[in-house]
Design a protein around this ligand. Structure first.
Ligand SMILES: Cc1cc2nc3c(=O)[nH]c(=O)nc-3n(C[C@H](O)[C@H](O)[C@H](O)COP(=O)(O)O)c2cc1C
Length: 328
């Protein structure tokens, strides 16, 4: 690392350097990350640099309905917003990169896409091991496929993925999540569970930090094997894959159409956005429940296929829980 690097000079005796990218609107994702980082922060031999992303213009939380819909085309097409300058120079040499992100319209959120496409990012990430950390409603499979391509493009290697999701029924979350991000209130409808990742799951994310700390001490981040296996890092519901794939296709077409209609925030987009919002509600109300119902009926025929898909999308960290008692 360069001699004037504040990360190095302020941590005498440090042996491992970890870069963590941070962006969270409600604070949910930051809280998950904070729990993971607790054991790393407490270790004087590990220096953690948290780089907080600041998109220009900012995305206000809670969202207005218009801003929420207006964020759709660029999210779906992964067209990044501008970012305020990063505090990094690109010369830093990190041992491990932690990339937390939330999902926006089945894609990594715009701020994290902006970071992944930033001119400095390739220099920071090339050849480095990356751990992705997702906190979202429960549809992240297609977003992670996109993130894998962004990680590949940066020349980095994905070694682990942690995904924390809302435990409520998918159909309930399709109502509670939009209400949460549009009002800032997790429980708008009394008879539905509160939106967001369960507090217990957030607290127990500390196990990933314990496992990362131990792995860093043993130089295991240099190897190809995941560091977070056996810790229930992900638990894929393969039945949502059908809806995610169908929605991703339609999002791409609608995204192109809306993006061509005008710039983000422009008045020309409004009529198309209004039509699109009706389409979105119709799709959420039909495609997701229909595909779930159909798969429930066909379950005996699909068991093997779904189990293969589950295993494949759970890579690299997996859903096994055999090391939980050691780190939890
Ligand atoms: C514009 C927007 C789109 C979203 N789309 C999805 C989605 O496609 N899949 C999903 O599981 N969650 C989705 N979410 C929920 C977010 O991933 C995330 O859980 C929530 O916004 C809280 O994130 P925070 O940590 O930034 O507050 C969306 C949220 C927003 C604001």
């Amino acid at each position: 690392m360069s001699i004037d690097n504040p990360i190095e000079t302020s941590h005498a005796g440090v042996v491992k350097h970890v870069l963590v990218v941070s962006y969270s609107q409600s604070g949910q994702l930051s809280r998950v990350v904070e729990r993971i980082l607790t054991p790393l922060h407490a270790d004087s031999r590990i220096a953690v640099h948290v780089e907080t992303l600041q998109p220009k213009p900012t995305f206000a939380f809670p969202w207005t309905l218009r801003r929420f819909l207006d964020a759709f085309p660029e999210s779906a097409l992964q067209i990044p917003p501008a970012l305020e300058p990063l505090s990094l120079s690109g010369e830093e040499d990190f041992d491990l990169i932690i990339l937390p992100y939330q999902v926006w319209f089945l894609a990594p959120s715009q701020p994290i896409v902006a970071f992944m496409r930033h001119p400095l990012t390739r220099r920071l990430l090339a050849g480095k091991p990356v751990v992705t950390v997702i906190a979202c409603r429960n549809m992240w499979l297609m977003a992670q496929e996109k993130m894998k391509r962004l990680i590949d493009a940066a020349g980095a290697r994905l070694i682990d993925n942690v995904a924390l999701t809302d435990n409520a029924h998918t159909l309930a979350t399709l109502i509670t999540t939009p209400l949460w991000v549009l009002t800032g209130n997790r429980q708008v409808v009394g008879c539905l569970p509160p939106a967001g990742v369960d507090e217990h799951d957030i607290q127990h994310a500390i196990r990933f930090g314990h496992a990362l700390r131990e792995a860093l001490h043993e130089d295991r981040e240099r190897q190809a094997a995941p560091l977070l296996s056996g810790l229930c890092a992900v638990n894929v519901n393969p039945q949502l894959l059908v809806s995610e794939k169908a929605a991703t296709r339609s999002f791409f077409i609608w995204g192109k159409l809306l993006h061509a209609a005008g710039r983000p925030g422009s008045a020309q987009r409004v009529p198309l956005l209004a039509i699109y919002s009706l389409f979105l509600v119709a799709m959420v109300a039909t495609v997701v429940p229909l595909s779930l119902a159909l798969q429930a009926v066909l379950r005996p025929l699909l068991v093997r296929r779904l189990s293969t898909l589950k295993q494949s999308f759970e890579q690299p960290s997996g859903s096994a829980s055999d090391r939980m008692s050691r780190y939890d």
